[in-house]
Write a protein that binds this ligand. Sequence first.
Ligand SMILES: *[C@@H]1O[C@H](CO)[C@@H](O)[C@H](O)[C@H]1NC(C)=O
Length: 514
Amino acid sequence: MPFTHIFFTAFPAWGHARPFCILAARLVKEHPDVIFTLLLPPNLLSKAQDEVDAELHEATSQEIRTRIRILSSFQMTTPDPFMAIQQTIATYPDIYKAIHAGESVACATKGTVFDAVVPPSIAVMDFFTYPQMKLTRSISGDKTPIFGWLTGKAASLIRLFGPESLGGFGDLGARVEAEATRLGVTPAEIGDKLYQETTGKVIRLPGVPEMYDYEFFPQELPFNIPVTELFKGSYNFLRECDGAFAVNTPDLEGDAISALRSWLTDAWGKEVYAIGPLLPSGYGVVEQSPRGATDIKDFLDRMLENYGENSTMLVSFGTAFWPPDTTYLEEVIDCLILMNFPFILSHASPFAKVSEELKERIKLSGIGITTTWCPQQYILGHKATGWFLTHCGHNSITESIGSGVPMIAWPFNADQPEGAYDLDNAGLGIELLQVRTGEHAKKPLLRNGKGASGTREAVGAEMKDVIASCRGEKGARIRENVEKMKIKFLGSWEDGGEARKEFNSFLRKYTDLS
Ligand SMILES: *[C@@H]1O[C@H](CO)[C@@H](O)[C@H](O)[C@H]1NC(C)=O
């Protein structure tokens, strides 16, 4: 039987790889003649295998399982996955050459040996892996189409990489080089200056209400990682790839997806397939696994019994973000305790600081629990969970809506500020406006002309209002809106659903599968 072999590689961020794991598992079940190789950074190997196993379910045959091959090209010698990016690139040519030649390959981390199979006919690459993309081209030439794997909010892709006419930065790398030449310095010395520069200009992004440029930086960050160089690579990736998958859904981001097509397809000649949301099959309907977190399960079961359905709030800023000064966060937690609103505080970020005193206060309250690791999909799917206080990363928003859980938005950076405003504006959540910190916190927002007060009292007053809204008519209306969106999400990968149709047209054009 002629096999279609699809190769995938990702940046060391779980949110980028996770949706592909679901897609791959779905495809091997549906098509007997497709095979996948997922080349991942070592820190994602086990997570990816778990995700694939969960999607395949126990009944799936061994034959199907062997058609998803997950491996790494090196062994991690540093605990920081971002420090390992150089190693990822250095070890890439040898392993990709072997895969391209249809040879047997072994996982450098786990030692698993994978049999020789046909060479890949398609490479799907995270668009944050530009160096590997260039290596792929140099090895397989134009014979193997390269598709970009775009995760993140569609409007934000336009903001970072799209033309200025659509509200984007245009070619940021070229602008940095021009500025460096003008000043007689190196681009490295310019760093993120142009990216972070704000003048109070109004930004009009497709599908997002207008915002001042400084509104895209609403928080002080716990880290300082330069991004311009990475963004320059992604821009080049988009210019040089053959097409792209956008893990976005027109149900939520219709205008931005159209704009993405008018830029990438009409102007740059790249095909774009919008195939989101990619959530586990039955997500939002069948219960997800707590993946060993029995304390969380017990807590939620107890809250359901004592406080009822939709009574509990998950508070999580994801695996990287955290407010460097925790005063406002403590105030928010104090309000939840004061108003008897049960909550889970997840502090997974390596930058997270939770004082012993706060932990003690939460424990004594009897309605809160802290955790460093949170099975987010399980929590969002639990009947007790009614709200999600989130940094508004694209995956978190998708998972929350997929579970029918409305959001309280506390955005930090990247695609979160516009994601938060969008949710608030669409009636799918409520954005906290007083929690803003850093140099732009007190500047007026375009939507209401007001800046944050910059006090703990103002944060408390706002949070109490928000809690009252959650329990009142406004909260009920938002919950209804989210529930409607959830139903749309559920249909998108069904037969005749938008994502399914879109993906099938890709399969017809690029593979022998149908
Ligand atoms: C909880 O929310 C769901 C929708 O997500 C709704 O169907 C259900 O009626 C709500 N339960 C209560 C007790 O309000």
